[in-house]
Design a protein around this ligand. Structure first.
Ligand code: T5A
Ligand code: NA
Length: 213
């Protein structure tokens, strides 16, 4: 049996990641694949609850920039062996945000002591995705979608910096596994493009074989 695939969705807040994760999972299951979904932050673990308080809470939940960065990273490491076991058992994982968010949101704070290079270090060694679908949308368009503005990073200035940093990752896409998809279109149009991209990745991985990196 072929191994499962590790498929990640990234994008700005409200770019449609959760919507597309569900649609892709449904589509792949219809094609007979075993699929599970994950999201980061996983707010259900003790570390995840600290992250959730920081994101949705007020000043009393303030954390030093490096501290919250390392909590986000630790929240991924908590699940790293589960991810490998699941993939090796033949189940495909679709993940809503991963270390790309971890790096760019922290770097977007422009703390001189927390560069993008610094931000990457604790992420080194986590299972590397077979593909990362970047749902690209202008922050203004994202801000018009439901529920925007409730959490800490949902401010247009921050989102612009995040988008710029994602753009930088895309430009150096060798080794970053990123595929850009225009997320400003209808839910169905985006889902169609995503399914095409993912089918290509599944075929490539099955053809080339090889373990999760
Ligand atoms: N973060 C995260 C870090 O700083 N470091 C890290 O390491 C990690 C992992 C929380 C925050 O944490 C930061 C990034 C975030 O600021 P989160 O819990 O994933 O991360 O929160 P959000 O990304 O904000 O997730 P959202 O649920 O807000 O957005 P989604 O999942 O991108 O969007 P979705 O699918 O829920 O859709 C949002 C709305 O838009 C509509 C939906 O119906 C919904 O109302 N919509 C569309 N409308 C029109 N056209 C389309 N194509 C649409 N697609 C969806
Ligand atoms: Na989401």
């Amino acid at each position: 049996m072929p191994r499962g695939k590790l498929i990640v969705f990234e994008g700005l807040d409200r770019s449609g990641k959760s919507t597309q994760v569900q649609l892709l999972a449904d589509a792949l299951r219809k094609e007979g694949m075993q699929v599970q979904c994950l999201r980061f932050p996983d707010r259900t673990t003790p570390i995840g609850r600290m992250i959730g308080d920081y994101l949705s809470g007020g000043a009393e939940y303030e954390l030093e920039d490096h501290v919250i960065h390392l909590l986000f990273s630790a929240n991924r490491w908590e699940l790293s062996s589960t991810i490998r076991t699941t993939i090796n058992s033949g189940t495909t994982l679709i993940v809503d945000r991963y270390y790309y968010s971890g790096c760019v949101y922290s770097a977007a704070k422009q703390n001189p002591a927390l560069s993008l290079a610094w931000a990457r270090r604790p992420e080194e060694g986590l299972p590397r995705p077979d593909v990362c679908v970047f749902l690209d949308i202008d922050p203004e368009a994202a801000a018009k979608r439901g529920g925007y503005g409730e959490e800490r990073y949902e401010k247009e200035d921050m989102q612009r910096k995040v988008r710029g940093l994602f753009g930088g990752l895309m430009e150096r896409a060798e080794g970053e596994d990123l595929v850009r998809v225009d997320a400003a279109r209808s839910v169905e149009e985006v889902a169609g493009v995503v399914l095409g991209v993912v089918r290509g990745v599944v075929e490539r991985v099955d053809r080339e074989g090889g373990d999760l990196r």
